[in-house]
Design a protein around this ligand. Structure first.
Ligand SMILES: [Mg+2]
Length: 378
């Protein structure tokens, strides 16, 4: 089998509900889709994304450079292709290159699944056929009230969720503590509350404030401090009882290795689109398994459900409110979490059917980026 063509499309869509966390306000998700055709007639679809910025750079990198490297190769040689792309693109550092490689790699795994007539999760190990999901809020707007939060928590519990993640990181920590208390009360016994700081705190602040969070028996505290600070995370982990989750700002297995070796991470949140696709994500999951750490991949619910049902050390599936491809209006057939449980498609490959008309209708052009992007970093 040979790859004959690779085409990339990008679109920009506002989240289905307004997104705001402690360090950023999001105005648009930029999604990059890749279609790979082969000489056998099998086709694969790849997906990557970025939040607010850089979607056109990823699309251009694929179209102008990476296509040439992939055409003519056999998709079953996924390691050979990944290495070829990565060796070339590493000149660019981390980030945009692995996001571009991810789109191609995911399309290749889609083709491999179709070639063998198997759903993706079975190719990856088939550890289970479903995975518990947590609902994940991005709602730290000043307008949000504790009562509104409580109402939403009640709704999530009624929908079957047994774990909920909320954003914290108000300048006044008492507001955070009040929201956490209320959320815990409405979740009730046996359910877990997770909190996400999006790297808001300094290392010293984190030790002081996170120590006070220990009493809440939280499921994890996510990205408490700057992602570069491995020593800071290790020190924090020694100082608190709450597990530390991170990984959405890391881009390769070597960065995860440094965190694991430093004992600075409890829950590994590698994002399949950010680390360069399924080929690299699997290595990170297996590396985490050697350290006895579970994986709870960031975002990309429709793909992450396959990853989690593939590997042995799976923890939970993130379902971001307003962030599923279904909510964004980009699928021909909806993929949803039902009753708090994620189930992968049984179709060969990943089973994600993109609505290409919707992608085209929201095509990412320079004009759209310039008018829609206003910069949400706080
Ligand atoms: Mg996060």
């Amino acid at each position: 089998m040979k790859i004959e063509g690779v085409v990339a499309h990008a679109c920009r869509i506002p989240p289905a509900s307004p997104w705001e966390d402690a360090t950023n306000k999001v105005s648009g998700l930029e999604l990059i889709f890749v279609e790979i055709t082969t000489d056998t007639g099998l086709k694969g679809t790849g997906i990557s994304y970025t939040v607010d910025i850089g979607g056109s750079a990823i699309q251009t990198l694929i179209e102008d450079y990476l296509v040439n490297l992939a055409v003519g190769m056999d998709p079953l040689d996924y390691e050979r292709i990944w290495n070829k792309l990565n060796r070339q693109a590493r000149r660019l550092g981390l980030g945009v290159n692995s996001m571009a490689i991810a789109a191609i790699d995911i399309a290749i795994w889609d083709i491999i699944g179709k070639h063998y007539g198997q759903p993706l999760y079975r190719l990856l190990g088939g550890s289970r056929d479903s995975i518990p999901s947590y609902i994940s809020e991005i709602n730290l707007s000043a307008a949000d009230t504790v009562d509104e939060l409580a109402r939403r928590i009640d709704e999530y519990v009624a929908r079957g969720y047994r774990a909920v993640k909320i954003k914290i990181g108000h300048d006044d920590p008492e507001i955070d503590f009040e929201r956490i208390s209320k959320a815990k009360e409405h979740l009730g016994r046996g359910k877990k509350l997770l909190v996400d700081l999006n790297q808001k705190w300094t290392a010293a602040e984190a030790t002081q404030k996170a120590t006070r969070l220990d009493v809440f028996d939280l499921g994890w505290i996510e990205e408490p401090i700057l992602y570069h600070d491995i020593a800071g995370h290790a020190a924090l982990k020694r100082a608190i009882r709450t597990p530390i989750a991170l990984g959405e700002s890391l881009y390769c297995r070597q960065q995860f290795q440094q965190y694991l070796c430093a004992d600075a991470i409890d829950v590994v949140q590698a994002d399949v689109a950010f680390v360069g696709g399924i080929t690299e994500w699997l290595k990170i999951a297996h590396l985490a398994s050697a350290f006895g750490r579970p994986v709870a991949p960031h975002f990309m619910m429709e793909l992450s459900v396959h990853l989690l049902c593939g590997v042995q050390n799976a923890f939970m599936l993130e379902n971001v409110v307003g962030g599923s491809l279904t909510e964004l209006g980009l699928l021909e057939e909806p993929i949803v979490v039902d009753g708090g449980i994620g189930k992968p498609s049984e179709r060969p490959g990943h089973g994600i059917l993109i609505d290409w008309k919707a992608v085209k209708a929201n095509a990412l052009t320079s004009e759209l980026a310039r008018s829609a992007f206003s910069g949400g970093s706080k």
